[in-house]
Design a protein around this ligand. Structure first.
Ligand code: NAP
Length: 286
């Protein structure tokens, strides 16, 4: 599909549902990938209010939509509405991708795979590593699940509300990874200083949230460690800027964003996703 006027009755439709959805870069990324592979597919955004979620899912299925991405605020609620769910999505309690099956929607999460792809692209292994994750929200869940399954040595979660991070701790422990939760003001500096992999899963540093701020002071970062910021706008956050100055391997959030989309794309189409094209599409719209 090269152009919207090429749509025919045979064109396959994929979409993203969220509320709001206007900010989503997924249509640009996926439509670039469809064009690159000359696939007769199109990807459209739909704003779906929380109360309309059950009707929207039934409607999308009835309309023959082939694949759906699910974004904020529906990633948890949609779990109650699918006919089946993958082990990855069940473990982290979040769904970002729906696959059409004969029985109904199958829920899956590609967030963990997207996160791990960022590490792979930078030749960073997590096996046996001391890891620290800042933040305990939705993205942190995918990160904890992926790191524990990949054999991280230990996980420390630094949370503003540690009492809310109990499930996250269990998720790591259930995957045989020693996992603890600490508060920001209780040993965060020591944990960060010992981290071989430090992950920012808060929105600190993101344009419009805490612009120009870093979740940790530069002096805490262990020289030569790997620092991964899930924030992708801007690409070089104050945290990554500080980490570069301390000779760390730095990974920004754009690769994770592209790679989780690429994993959804492959599940829907059965084709290997053109990750480079998807990255370039995202870069062009940021
Ligand atoms: P979320 O569910 O709202 O969770 C955010 C977490 O950060 C919460 O634990 C929150 O603590 C904590 N936090 C926020 N501001 C903080 C502050 N000033 N000090 C301490 N802790 C703070 O959000 P999310 O979906 O997990 O997303 C987190 C970040 O990751 C966002 O910037 C998002 O854009 C990014 N992200 C990137 C990708 C990607 O593909 N690259 C994918 C998903 C998310 P409380 O619970 O105490 O509020």
């Amino acid at each position: 599909m090269n152009n919207i006027i090429d749509i025919t009755g045979a064109t396959n439709v994929a979409c993203v549902i969220g509320y709001p959805v206007a900010h989503s870069q997924s249509p640009i990324m996926h439509n670039a990938a469809f064009r690159e592979l000359a696939l007769d597919w199109i990807y459209v955004p739909f704003g779906v209010a929380p109360d309309d979620l059950p009707a929207a899912l039934s409607g999308l299925y009835a309309l023959g939509v082939r694949g759906v991405n699910v974004t904020i605020p529906h990633k948890e609620a949609v779990m109650q509405l699918v006919t089946s769910i993958s082990a990855e999505a069940a473990a982290i309690g979040s769904v970002n991708t729906l696959l059409r099956t004969a029985a109904g929607w199958h829920g899956h999460s590609t967030d963990g795979e997207g996160f791990m792809r960022g590490l792979l692209e930078h030749n960073v292994s997590v096996t046996g590593k001391r890891t620290v994750i800042m933040g305990a929200g939705g993205a942190a869940r995918a990160v904890v699940g992926a790191l524990a399954q990949a054999g991280a040595g230990e996980i420390t979660i630094i949370a503003r509300h540690p009492e809310r991070a109990h499930e996250l701790q269990l998720l790591g422990q259930q995957n045989n990874c020693p996992t603890r939760v600490i508060a920001w003001d209780a040993g965060a500096q020591a944990a960060v200083a010992q981290a071989e992999l430090l992950v920012n899963a808060t929105s600190i540093g993101m344009t419009g949230k805490a612009d120009g701020e870093s979740p940790v002071s530069a002096a805490w970062i262990a020289p030569g460690s790997c620092v991964y910021d899930l924030v992708y706008n801007p690409r070089i956050t104050p945290l990554l800027h500080a980490a570069k100055a301390r000779n760390c391997v730095t990974i920004d959030g754009l690769m994770m964003l592209a790679a989780q989309g690429a994993a959804s794309f492959s599940l829907w189409t059965g084709c290997e996703a053109p990750l480079k094209t998807m990255m370039e599409a995202l870069e062009s719209c940021l």
